[in-house]
Design a protein around this ligand. Structure first.
Ligand code: ADP
Length: 190
């Protein structure tokens, strides 16, 4: 199963991806996690990405497209994978389609976790308060709001993009976590 989990920051993509990984063995591929690992390791990619990420902006497309292209070649994704945080704009989505086509394969589904902005802003404030001086440089209220704005501007159009291709499945991300998991499983026929 090759899947995209789409949704704004704070929608619960990471939590749901982890559950699907544990239960079905699909590997969660989070570009955010991969970029943070590159920053921590001080690689060339990490050096390029660090300041951009701290501001809540998007790192250049070729950087993330390259990371994903390499990662999905690894043997551990044989049962499938869940893309979390990628693609984040239409150019990345087109690059992904091309990349998969070149490998003779395609996505099975795109699941969108739908959450209202009001709820997100509350979650964002809680997350910022919990992580003061914590692990993520971009978990302060300002960068989080920027990430939400970038989401609306660049990532939300992906919902129409995939709907047009008949691959979008929308799930109510405002229900409690177990219910969201059930809805995702139902949408995917798992
Ligand atoms: P969120 O918690 O907002 O979903 P992530 O952990 O997925 O955030 O990503 C954190 C940051 O990493 C983003 O704000 C962005 O700077 C960078 N990033 C992650 N994925 C991508 C991508 N596909 N394209 C560009 N930048 C990305």
């Amino acid at each position: 199963m090759k899947l995209i989990l789409l949704g704004p920051p704070g929608a619960g993509k990471g939590t749901q991806a982890k559950r699907l990984e544990d239960k079905y063995g699909f590997v969660q591929l989070s570009t955010g996690d991969m970029l943070r690992a590159a920053v921590a390791a001080g690689t060339e990619t990490g050096k390029k990405a660090e300041a951009i990420m701290a501001r809540g902006e998007l790192v250049p497309n070729e950087v993330v497209v390259g990371i994903i292209a390499e990662r999905i070649e690894q043997p551990d994704v044989a049962k499938g994978y869940i893309l979390d945080g990628f693609p984040r704009n239409v150019a990345q989505a087109e690059a992904l389609d091309e990349m998969l086509k070149g490998k003779g394969t395609a996505l099975d589904a795109v699941v969108e976790l739908v959450v209202d902005d009001g709820i997100l802003l509350k979650r964002i404030e809680t997350r910022a308060a919990e992580t003061v001086g914590g692990a993520r440089a971009d978990d302060n209220a300002e960068a989080l709001k920027k990430r939400l704005a970038v989401y609306h501007e660049q990532t939300a159009p992906l919902s129409a993009y995939y709907k047009g291709k008949g691959r979008l499945k929308a799930v109510d991300g405002m229900k409690e976590m177990d219910e969201v998991t059930r809805q995702i499983e139902a949408a995917l026929g798992l």
